[in-house]
Design a protein around this ligand. Structure first.
Ligand code: SAM
Length: 349
């Protein structure tokens, strides 16, 4: 007779298979995602339900905000994000597996949160001969919860270790570096959370590891807000063709190459682009920052797919004029983020 654990694993496997199946459009998969998360919630020890104050328990690290276990639990609800990350991580694992079929693929999952949402489902479709996760989070409640879920589901063989610490203190084993560094500790425009600093810290120690996400790019786009959110008819809601935007320039990119280029930089200031506002600027257009997350290869989150890629207004104090040059830089530290200032005004005299 099949026991409850086996039944749940079968059920999780079947949901995960649907979520990973590229034939299924990501936007249609919310019911499967909700069901999968309900199973993980059933197996956890502490309930990370929405409290009055969902920020309670967050930690301010020297490199940015580590969101509370409650907020981390809620991240799964951003289901297009969650599924795209799961698919990207799975594709990266399969690619490494082809290279090293004789051993499990080593994944360092930073900021796993209370459900290890991007790992546990994959453990049901890959065996412990194929995959080995190191699960890390700064919050002990999250690691306790993940341990309970993984023990209850009998998936312990797929875990190399649990690490309760700030990822900034994590030392990669030189003998067994991770094949993949998986982490989503970011917000739109790489604001507030420590994705940039932790990516730097880990990639320095494991230069050949695949990053998931591979790239996060921020672009400056002049946007006619009145056309941006006009969803009155289905014809109008057809994506960027109906919107009125002027792409200006990429402003800041986080990927393997840029991280390498910052190796000698000892300051808290990372370089970003200087951008000249085109002469066609008129009042209709607002400068907006758009975030694109290339999770892995063709698994990409674009504007409005996720909270991570929600466009944000650029704040520079005062209106922009055609010909202005905006100087950008990325500031590391407790409150990381992109900074902008107008450095030249054509009309100055
Ligand atoms: C946005 S949540 C993501 C949760 C989950 N991985 C997911 O994708 O649904 C970010 C998680 O990263 C953890 N975190 C943030 N900064 C960290 C750091 N410097 N070291 C360790 N964990 C960190 C937080 O505690 C939180 O659990």
């Amino acid at each position: 007779m099949i026991n409850l654990r086996e039944y749940m694993i079968d059920h999780l496997r079947s949901l995960t298979t649907s979520l990973l199946d590229a034939e299924n459009p990501v936007y249609t998969l919310r019911p499967e995602m909700v069901e999968l998360m309900a199973i993980l919630r059933d197996f956890q020890s502490t309930a990370f339900v929405r409290q009055n104050d969902i920020t309670e328990g967050e930690t301010r690290t020297p490199n940015g905000l580590a969101v509370s276990p409650t907020m981390a639990a809620m991240c799964a609800d951003d289901y297009v994000r969650t599924i795209t990350f799961m698919r990207g991580a799975h594709a990266a694992i399969l690619d490494i597996q082809k290279e090293f079929p004789e051993r499990p693929v080593r994944v360092l999952y930073v900021g796993c949160g209370p459900y290890a949402t991007l790992a546990v489902p994959l453990m049901t479709v890959l065996s412990s001969r194929e995959i080995s996760f190191t699960l890390l989070d700064v919050h002990p409640e999250s690691i306790d919860s993940v341990k309970t879920i993984i023990n209850s589901l009998g998936l312990t063989d797929a875990v190399a270790s649990y690490e309760t610490m700030d990822a900034d203190s994590y030392r990669v084993s030189p003998d067994q570096p991770p094949d993949i560094i998986l982490m989503e500790i970011m917000q739109a425009c790489l604001q507030a959370e420590p994705q940039v600093a932790i990516t730097r810290h880990l990639l320095k120690q494991a230069q050949d590891s695949i990053l998931v996400p591979e790239e996060v790019r921020i672009d400056l786009i002049l946007t006619d807000i009145s056309r941006e959110f006009n969803f009155n008819s289905p014809q109008q809601y057809q994506g960027s063709t109906q919107r009125d935007r002027i792409a200006v320039s990429p402003v800041f990119t986080l990927n393997r190459e840029t991280v390498k280029s910052w190796n000698c930089n000892q300051t808290n200031r990372l370089p970003a682009s200087d951008v000249r506002i085109p002469s066609i600027l008129d009042e209709r257009y607002q400068p907006m920052l758009f975030t694109t997350v290339q999770v892995y290869k063709n698994y990409v989150l674009r504007d409005y797919d996720s909270g991570l890629t929600c466009p944000r207004a650029l704040s520079i104090g005062g209106a922009l004029k055609p010909g202005d040059t905006i100087k950008f830089h990325y500031e590391l530290g407790e409150h990381p983020g992109l900074h902008a200032e107008v450095s030249e005004r054509l009309d100055k005299g």
